[in-house]
Write a protein that binds this ligand. Structure first.
Ligand code: IVH
Length: 700
């Protein structure tokens, strides 16, 4: 195979096309036909090669790039199960400091020490939700995307240890835990696969996933999956008052529970148990990747509640990442949609924790130079140079990073970070206090232009079918139908209709059907929810979560646009947005700056003129009288912290504002309430006490 570093553009394009075809065939053979055409290692190597080419030629990345296809596509043969209680993930920590911060955060939220925590191994398998009705197992589902999983009931029934029938259980009971394979069973399974000439599995987790997601339950039955129960979803009756009590109850019902689950009275005991589990890791006989801490008191868990995807009452303390040494072949500079120049390390491929790695992030120029963002020394000041031997690590599923460098084998010169944009030649500047150097070319920089459009059509944004990264690149440089700004997408069909010659449908790769489909997909997106639109604008710091928060606050495009246009540091519109939970001054500043920039503003106006923006509807939660209402808290709350009150209000669908206005529906006033209470009286806003609030919000 030719060397990626020496490839020309044409060669790269052809190779990407070949790899897409080969990998697609391999996927189909593996997942669909159960007749694999290559080993895991070969597959990984091809995928790594594909990624390496894409990294060198980001503009050539295909719309059907194998890099964007995660493992198994949601199986088609399985029924879908909507989880009545979402299956969430866990916040990760990596150090004793992260553990200490977690305990502090919990205490701060509750306004009192949280008491004991449980600590238990984090099993590296795949999560499974088991639904029991009147004691009988009626359904088993995988996690899926957390909201909807796959119905694997027939398969779960074959897993030894999962009870089919339980006594003394609540009428409805969803028990959740991890399905996994032991090391011994994994080795035996792979040996049997080899003997049959079948594909081997890269690790026990993949093997467990492959085994559970078998359409033929007979195959699952032949694979010795195991299960540990560690949490629950819907329950018609609580299992116990504490996490530990619930786990003991599950054990009594016959569920396998992990014997290394203990109660700890604080961070020191938690860390001691972490170290003990880490020590015994090699002898456990199954894979674990950390320790999970949970607040023991289930009443406190309920008060702590959830962020968007993780509970506030738990932390996964992960074991240190795996490391490997390899050679740094090159440092490429990628220009992102905000103009950030990001250095990427091209590495001689190396396996780190079962995955072939050939790229790693180098963060920014300070990181390469051996400094952190505050000017402090990292790696004892050792810089990173092309040709160096570097230590690569992977933590979880994130992009690999470089931890260290071996000075004894150094030959190269210090890396000179470019001072101009490699894509458009504009000066690249660093703002005071910013660790990132940015291209100042703005909309004239093709890299920024293309990346912004790619972001615009991406999954959480406009998500236009048939208009992916590849098409965006094609249209960006198109002489007849250029698409340079988002608004151009929505004039594509009319421009095509107006041009008598060179119709899109006559081009290679298009044709009548696909052109019609593309135009229909664009048309369908003329109506767009406000949060998607805000996210799609690609304004710095306005990610998906922030965009949703902002959209919920303003509800309509008009309200949002008016406020951002009027906002100036310190004025009412500025402070109003700043009072929203999860919105900081940096984000507000960035929005205001974007709207004040004439070029940006005209691009935004031109886009919105093409659209119907759907306002946000606040979904009323069950039993909530305050859904959709705007609340203000003032004075001292004596029974809960502000953070808890706010989280609780938001969980019930209300909006919490920082100041009283005519839009306020309810003021919750504790002792010492002053000017806000007066303001509320002026506006005729209902004022209630903390006790009324507690009754209203359904807390005891
Ligand atoms: S508790 C609200 N406990 O880790 C979520 N999860 O990274 C409660 N996992 O999706 C999960 N061992 O699949 C919990 N002892 C343990 C676990 C565990 C493994 C998995 C679980 C979860 C993932 C999050």
């Amino acid at each position: 195979m030719s060397d990626v570093a020496a490839m020309g553009e044409e060669q790269a394009r052809a190779e990407l096309a070949r790899l897409a075809a080969v990998l697609q065939q391999a996927n189909a053979a593996y997942h669909g036909a159960d007749a694999p055409v290559m080993t895991d290692a070969e597959y990984d190597a091809l995928k790594a090669r594909n990624a390496a080419i894409e990294a060198r030629f980001p503009l050539l990345k295909r719309a059907d790039s194998p890099s964007d296809q995660v493992g198994a596509a949601p199986g088609q043969g399985f029924g879908k199960v909507a989880h009545s209680v979402p299956m969430l993930s866990l916040e990760n920590g990596f150090s004793p400091e992260d553990l200490g911060d977690f305990v502090d955060r919990v205490e701060k939220f509750l306004g009192a020490p949280p008491g004991a925590f449980t600590a238990e191994p984090k099993i590296d398998g795949l999560s499974l939700s088991l639904r029991y009705e009147n004691g009988r197992l009626v359904q088993a589902a995988t996690r899926g995307d957390g909201e909807t999983g796959e119905d694997v009931t027939a398969n779960a029934l074959t897993i030894a240890g999962i009870p089919h029938q339980v006594l003394d259980a609540p009428e409805v009971m969803e028990i959740r835990g991890e399905a996994y394979l032991s090391h011994a069973d994994f080795a035996a399974l792979n040996a049997a696969q080899v003997a049959r000439g079948d594909k081997t599995f890269a690790n026990p987790r993949n093997a467990a996933a492959g085994s559970l997601r078998q359409l033929d339950a007979q195959i699952t039955a032949a694979r010795p999956l195991r299960f540990f129960a560690y949490t629950w979803g819907a329950l018609s009756q609580p299992l116990a008052a504490t996490q530990m009590g619930a786990i003991q109850r599950l054990a009594a019902m016959g569920f396998p529970t992990n014997p290394l689950t203990v109660l700890c009275d604080g961070p020191e005991a938690m860390l001691a148990h972490y170290r003990a589990i880490e020590q015994s890791r090699a002898t456990l006989g199954y894979d674990i990747d950390g320790v999970v801490y949970k607040v023991d008191d289930l009443g406190l868990q309920a008060r702590l509640g959830f962020r968007s995807t993780t509970p506030r009452w738990a932390l996964a303390h992960k074991f240190p990442a795996e490391l490997a040494w390899t050679r740094l072949l090159a440092i490429d500079i990628q220009v992102g949609r905000t103009g950030a120049l990001s250095p990427v390390a091209r590495l001689a491929p190396v396996t780190v924790g079962g995955v072939v790695v050939s790229n790693a992030t180098l963060h920014n120029e300070d990181y390469i130079a051996g400094r952190d963002s505050k000017g402090g020394v990292i790696r004892e000041g050792r810089d990173i140079r092309i040709g160096d031997w570097v230590q690569v690590y992977r933590a979880g599923d994130v992009i690999p990073k470089i931890a260290d460098v071996d000075l004894s084998q150094r030959q190269g010169e210090a890396f000179a970070f470019p001072q101009t944009c490699p894509e458009c030649g504009s000066p690249a500047h660093r703002e005071e206090g910013d660790s990132v150097r940015r291209c100042t070319g703005g909309l004239i920089c093709p890299a920024q232009g293309v990346e912004r459009l790619k972001h615009f059509v991406s999954r959480g944004a406009f998500d236009i079918e048939g208009l992916g990264a590849k098409q965006v690149e094609m249209f960006y440089n198109d002489a007849d139908l250029p698409v340079r700004t988002p608004a151009d997408i929505f004039t594509l069909a009319s421009r095509d209709a107006a041009s008598p010659l060179k119709k899109l449908k006559n081009r290679d790769g298009f044709g009548e059907k696909s052109t019609e489909k593309l135009f229909a997909a664009i048309e369908a997106r003329r109506t767009i929810p406000l949060d998607r639109l805000i996210f799609a604008l690609g304004i710095r710091h306005a990610g998906e979560v922030a965009a949703a928060t902002i959209a919920r606050h303003y509800r309509t495009w008009e309200a949002f646009e008016t406020a951002i246009t009027r906002a100036e540091p310190g004025n009412a519109d500025w402070n109003d947005l700043l009072s929203v939970d999860g919105v900081g001054a940096v984000l507000v500043g960035s929005l205001v700056e974007a709207f004040a920039n004439p070029n940006e503003r005209s691009a935004i106006d031109a886009l919105v003129a093409q659209l119907q923006v759907q306002p946000v509807e606040i979904r009323a939660k069950v039993d909530s009288q305050i859904a959709g209402k705007t609340l203000v808290f003032t004075g001292t709350l004596e029974k809960m912290t502000r953070a808890e009150a706010k989280a609780r209000a938001e969980a019930l669908g209300a909006k919490v504002a920082g100041s009283v206005s005519a839009k306020t529906d309810l003021l919750i006033a504790g002792p010492g309430a002053g000017s806000k209470a007066k303001e509320a009286e002026k506006h005729g806003v209902t004022i209630i006490s903390e006790d009324d609030w507690i009754a209203l919000s359904g807390l005891k």
